[in-house]
Design a protein around this ligand. Structure first.
Ligand code: BES
Ligand code: MN
Ligand code: ZN
Length: 491
């Protein structure tokens, strides 16, 4: 597990600035005088901060941009990082500035002079998130885990600390998602995945792992068909957080956990197939969100359910043309074994509704390449049968700075799933690929269950670093889901 470097909050000690090791961070706002801490650093460096503030370069900097003064004379630090940020910076600007600080300061001691900045704890969250590194598979120096530290000098340390505890729980959740998504598929098998989830009983979740015989008995033939060509046994894991009113119906989070997607007999081309280690991103996000809820002891009832399978070509693998019966009872003609995610989701969505009668249900899945064509890597595709729930989610995502864009559903799209031999086929054809995938899922949503489908194929990973994540797994969705649950149940 990649550990979060937890922020410490202290009162500003001007005398400590000269001798602080590692990195010292100060803020300059667009207007107004230097703050106390910056004045001291300015004096120690014989006016360097004033020269930065009066430079042409500074005038062009946006909130959160930074310049670096390496090995400043008069200080023990190896660098002073000067970040442009207004005193009244928004939460998202504070996080972004934190990201800049965390990126440069990962693995080092960092002292941030933040006493004039609003949302110091949010800045700390940004720094924690951006300092993430995934290196358990490197040897030598590159594989060493360098213990950094993050200290913020603020006006009310106790207050900031209390808020930061909750935010650190969110960072732990995001890190869990990223670790799961970054892990290669020979390590993160279905068995290993379920083992890591079972470990979360230590933080108060009830975790149940269901194995193939049980899934067979439940009638989950659609899900089992996907995994039948793999040496790794298919599993469904149920994580329950009961922090709300006793006996009250939970909200359900459902995740696609294809630990590797070769496409099966409808085999994918070789180029880029290694990216399919991330095809469990939906399950990873659900797991990270459940961890965050548990760690911050949310006053909410939430159940997370993930379907863990591997889609392999093999003598026993499912064939194109096979017809399988879902747990719901509807039959599915498997035209393309590479459209496997929906086969996994339809059974666990049905199970979630039968077993838990949830007040609402959100599924997350790296479901279609088409959503990347449509929305790129900036926005998750959002599909819903319920305007109220959908608006609440879009709002939560916006507040957390996580891109989300609503897409349409409709009867004309649904028709494309008509099969000659079974109740439906698992693909719609070339057009509207992300929408027909969502239509397939909607057939497994009961009348009266508010539901959202999130297609995270484009947002679960990033090809280059983002403001709050290095390249690789992003953890998209953990923050938005956490906020939605808070808005729905803790408001
Ligand atoms: N896991 C893929 C979708 C995907 C593609 C995720 C690229 C991340 C990046 C999914 O199982 C899949 O293969 N979908 C097919 C569906 C098609 C066969 C209808 C696709 O998108 O091509
Ligand atoms: Mn596939
Ligand atoms: Zn897939």
């Amino acid at each position: 597990m990649t550990t979060v470097t937890q922020a410490k909050f202290v009162e500003l000690d001007l005398e400590a600035l000269a001798t602080a090791p590692g990195r010292v961070v100060v803020f300059l706002s667009g207007d107004g005088p230097l703050d106390k801490g910056a004045r001291r650093v300015n004096r120690l460096t014989r006016g360097a901060l004033e020269r930065v503030r009066d430079s042409e370069g500074f005038a062009k900097m946006k909130p959160g941009d930074a310049v670096e003064l390496p090995w400043p004379s008069g200080m023990a630090a190896e660098a002073v990082q000067v970040v442009r940020l207004d005193r009244r910076a928004s939460v998202l600007d504070a996080r972004k500035a934190g990201g800049v600080i965390g990126k440069a300061g990962a693995g080092k001691p960092v002292l941030v002079v933040a006493n004039t900045i609003r949302h110091g704890e949010e800045l700390a969250l940004g720094a924690m998130l951006r300092a993430y590194r995934f290196n358990p598979h490197r040897t030598g120096e590159a594989g060493e885990v360098k213990e950094g530290s993050l200290t913020l000098a603020v006006n009310k340390p106790e207050e900031a600390s209390a808020k930061a505890d909750t935010l650190a729980a969110l960072a732990e959740g995001v890190f869990m998602t990223r670790d799961l998504v970054n892990e290669p598929s020979n390590v993160l098998t279905t068995t290993e995945f379920s083992r890591r989830l079972k470990e979360m009983e230590a933080i108060g979740l009830d975790v149940t792992v269901m194995d193939e015989p049980e899934l067979e008995a439940l009638g989950m033939r659609a899900l089992l068909g996907v995994g039948q060509g793999s040496e790794s046994p298919s599993k469904v894991v149920v994580m329950e957080w009961k922090g709300g009113e006793e006996g009250a119906r939970p909200f359900a989070l459902i995740g696609k956990g294809v630990v590797f997607d070769t496409g099966g007999i409808s085999l994918k081309p070789a180029g880029g197939m290694e990216d399919m280690t991330m095809d469990m991103g939906g399950a990873g996000t659900v797991s990270g969100a459940m961890k965050a809820l548990a760690l911050r002891k949310a006053k909410a009832n939430v159940v997370g359910i993930v379907g863990l399978v591997e889609n392999m070509p093999d003598g026993r693998a499912q064939r194109p043309g096979d017809i399988v019966a879902s747990m719901k009872g509807d039959t599915i003609e498997v035209i393309n074994t590479d459209a496997e995610g929906r086969l996994v989701l339809c059974d666990i969505m049905w199970y979630a509704q039968e077993k838990f009668d949830p007040t609402g249900m959100i599924d997350l899945a790296t479901l279609t390449g088409a959503i990347i064509i449509g929305l790129g890597n900036e926005n998750t595709g959002v599909f819903s049968n319920d305007d109220t729930l959908c608006k609440s989610f879009l709002k939560a995502a916006e507040v957390e700075g996580e891109g989300a864009w609503r897409m349409p559903l409709g009867a004309a799209y649904d028709k494309l799933l008509k099969s000659d031999k079974a109740d439906m086929k698992n693909v719609g054809g070339r057009t509207a690929g992300s929408i027909t995938a969502a239509q397939f899922l909607q057939r497994f949503v009961k009348e009266g269950t508010p539901w959202i489908h999130l297609d995270i194929a484009g947002t679960a990973t990033a090809a280059s670093g983002t403001p709050l994540a290095p390249k690789g797994a992003t953890g998209w969705g953990v923050l938005a889901l956490n906020r939605l649950i808070a808005d729905l149940q803790e408001g």
